[in-house]
Design a protein. Structure first.
Length: 144
């Protein structure tokens, strides 16, 4: 049911304690369509590790019209054969669970997933998602 049109807040670096690898934290908002129906929306976050530049994971929420969180979940991303794709899962408030897959349209020459997200400062990112018989489109644009 979801994935991203959005406004990401500007990326910022977070340093890991005890000499661990530094991580880049990214946060933002997303919206997506279900078929031709209007957009869903919510928030997302990511922790990108230098050690695994072609993979990432994070969390997300689906927010209802009144601003209440109606689902919480996780997502993952990998780069394979020059394309970016991943999976997501969520637990809906009240008990149900959903999961699906997503892919980005074009990587725009991004070498890492962090590069791909940062490129949305200049160019809107778009893609598609699928869950069972449902599918839709998403877009992402970062804010400065």
């Amino acid at each position: 049911m979801l994935l991203l049109v959005a406004l990401l807040t500007a990326p910022f670096a977070a340093w890991a304690p005890d000499g661990q690898q530094p991580a880049t934290s990214l946060r933002g908002s997303w919206s997506a369509t279900i078929g031709n129906r209007p957009a869903l929306q919510g928030t997302w976050s990511a922790e990108l590790q230098e050690k695994t530049p072609n993979a990432a994971s994070g969390t997300w929420t689906l927010v209802g019209a009144g601003g209440a969180v109606i689902a919480r979940g996780t997502w993952s991303a990998t780069k394979t054969s020059g394309s970016w794709s991943g999976a997501w899962a969520a637990r809906v408030a009240g008990g149900g669970a959903r999961s699906g897959t997503w892919r980005a349209d074009a990587g725009g020459g991004a070498k890492t997933f962090a590069d791909l997200l940062r490129s949305s400062l200049e160019t809107q990112l778009t893609g598609a998602w699928r869950s069972g018989g449902l599918q839709g489109r998403w877009a992402l644009k970062a804010a400065r």
